[in-house]
Ligand binder design. Sequence first.
Ligand code: DC
Length: 236
Amino acid sequence: MNDSNSDYSNLKGKIIAIDGPAGSGKSTTAKMLAARLGFNYLDTGAMYRAITYFALTNQISPSDGDKLAELAHNLQIEFETHEDINRVFIDRKEVTKEIRTPEVTLHVSEVSAHKDVRESMVKKQKEMGKNGSIVAEGRDTTTVVFPDAEFKIYLIASVDERAKRRVLDLSQTGTDTNIEEQKKDIERRDHHDSSREHSPLTQAEDAILVDTTDLTIEGQVDKIISLIENSLKNKI
Ligand code: DC
């Protein structure tokens, strides 16, 4: 498929929400999908990473819910997307690379589990999506942030495949790691994200399950577009 001449004007204003566990392919897929449709891209995980990065560099503990909630409320988190690069800013300072370090990854699940942190983030995310024409991805975009999204996708992939992808991603940013280490980290985060009290990662009843284990990124985007087109046909 990959027909760049396709006309997607019938999707204008709609919201596509994609959730799934770490390494399931959400970010790359959502970014490419947004570019193909001419939509905005919202990486909600980057927002939790930004709070975590700021906390760690300002000696605020990932367990300090009150201080983190204050940060989440006050910090201005912004994105600038050009083609496949999604730049992230906290109070106008670029933190695109800083929010992807292993240290941030280690603490982000704990930070994102605080109820008041989530409330502030969800409010900002709803605001960012209020005009539609957006592809949002994360852990609760189909269930909490955009429960009325027109299209909901839940991406999964085997732990082995997800670990392989992480090793490759990290090697591109100069971080040396291995599959076993990444498997452990993915399993730890899966457990944390799925078992937390507030907005745990879960498949929304009306989300379509897509297993990306054997799909390329292009294949994932094509599959989601064809699911969207089928679902539109069924609604007519
Ligand atoms: O997608 P990611 O790995 O960048 O997300 C980082 C962390 O943020 C993830 O471990 C859980 C949390 N997160 C969340 O709780 N809710 C979201 N909507 C997105 C991410």
